[in-house]
Write a protein that binds this ligand. Structure first.
Ligand code: NAD
Length: 325
């Protein structure tokens, strides 16, 4: 498939791996890139900007294909030196950055000077238009189905993607609720030039997380996600385990919820430990509604090639036959 996304990012297939805290390491990013998609290293998974540079170098040893770096700017428990991470990315020779969370405008001059293409993740059309206006090269349109932070508008991709097609001039990726060839074909038909997947790539052989987490997501249905931090206007979709249910319960009590009330349950370090030891009720982890459509743990190569094959056959056969008479 040749789209504005494959052309701009220099990749074979229009499939991008989304930034994922604790998951976006060189192992996964290189596997996605070697399979013809775009792998992404998550900057804040590395404890310091120097460690990020080392992880980028490691990924370069593992693939000669393009890969990018995600920089997420959202509330955190400990302050993050975003400027230093951005400097490290710019001087590392990376040519593609996915920004998410707050407006990336302060970092654009630095990234542009380094010849970096910036893909900003947006959960609303107004944010996508703003990203286009400030000079982002591409946006990732993130529907309510997605894992992690879906924003506060609760609009699904069936509405967001055609709206983006009507209003945006720059190319965009569809993000959220995608994990098979029918999703890829649907996203392309609604105007996207490619797709971004996070949760589906967590359930692959190369994802650097415990097998228990992968198997739990294979066993899960589309009902197995929870929305937390709604009361704090920092909504996140996570896998529905006992910790997520406790957080929802605390938030539903009368009176204002303070972040401190839930902080011990949700700290990112606990999520990281869960990915390492496989204790499924010791923290929270991000997961999208697509868990309901995930039935196996393929390699990234097998996943990407079968998705592209399925999408091509839907376009060439099923849809073509419908209009051939
Ligand atoms: P962390 O340990 O600092 O915080 C844990 C969670 O609590 C995060 O989701 C964070 O957004 C939230 N949080 C922290 N302080 C908050 C506050 N004052 N009010 C409301 N919510 C608050 O975060 P981490 O797990 O080390 O992750 C680092 C960064 O990556 C954070 O910005 C986080 O939001 C982001 N992240 C994004 C996704 C995603 O799917 N988009 C998933 C995981 C983490």
């Amino acid at each position: 498939m040749k789209t504005r996304v494959t052309e701009m990012l220099g990749i074979e297939h229009p499939i991008v791996q989304g930034g994922m805290q604790w998951v976006g390491l060189a192992e996964l990013a290189s596997a996605v890139s070697n399979a013809g998609g775009l792998g992404i290293i998550t900057a804040l998974t590395q404890p310091t900007p120097e460690d990020l540079v080392k992880e980028i170098d490691k990924c370069r040893q593992m693939t000669d294909k393009p890969f990018g770096v995600n920089l997420t700017i959202l509330p955190t428990i400990k302050p993050v030196p975003y400027e230093e991470y951005a400097q490290a990315i710019a001087s590392s020779g990376i040519k593609i950055v996915e920004t998410a969370g707050r407006n990336p405008e302060p970092f654009l001059p630095l990234f542009k000077k380094a010849g970096i293409k910036v893909v900003h993740k947006c959960t609303s059309i107004r944010h996508a238009l703003k990203a286009e206006a400030i000079g982002c090269d591409m946006v990732s349109v993130d529907g309510f189905e997605c894992a992690g932070h879906p924003g506060e508008d609760d609009v699904t991709n069936l509405i967001l993607l055609p709206l983006a097609a009507r209003r945006l001039k720059i190319p965009y990726l569809a993000s959220g609720g995608l994990g098979d060839g029918s999703g890829l074909a649907a996203a392309l038909s609604m105007g996207a030039d490619g797709i971004n997947m996070g949760t589906r790539f967590m359930v692959t052989k190369e994802a650097p997380i415990h097998e228990n987490v992968k198997q739990r997501m294979v066993d899960a249905s589309e009902l197995d996600t929870s929305l937390i931090y709604r009361s704090l206007r920092n909504t996140a979709r996570v896998f529905k385990n006992s910790i997520a249910e406790q957080v929802v319960d605390i938030e539903s009590r009368s009176g204002e919820t303070k972040f401190e009330d839930i902080q011990p349950l949700v700290a990112g370090v606990k999520g990281r430990a869960l990915f390492e030891d496989g204790d499924l009720d010791s923290g929270i982890w991000s997961a999208g509604m697509i868990v309901g459509l995930i039935d196996d743990i393929p390699s990234c190569e097998d996943l990407i090639s079968r998705m592209v094959e399925e999408a091509e056959s839907i376009i060439r056969e099923r849809l073509a036959q419908m209009v051939s008479n």
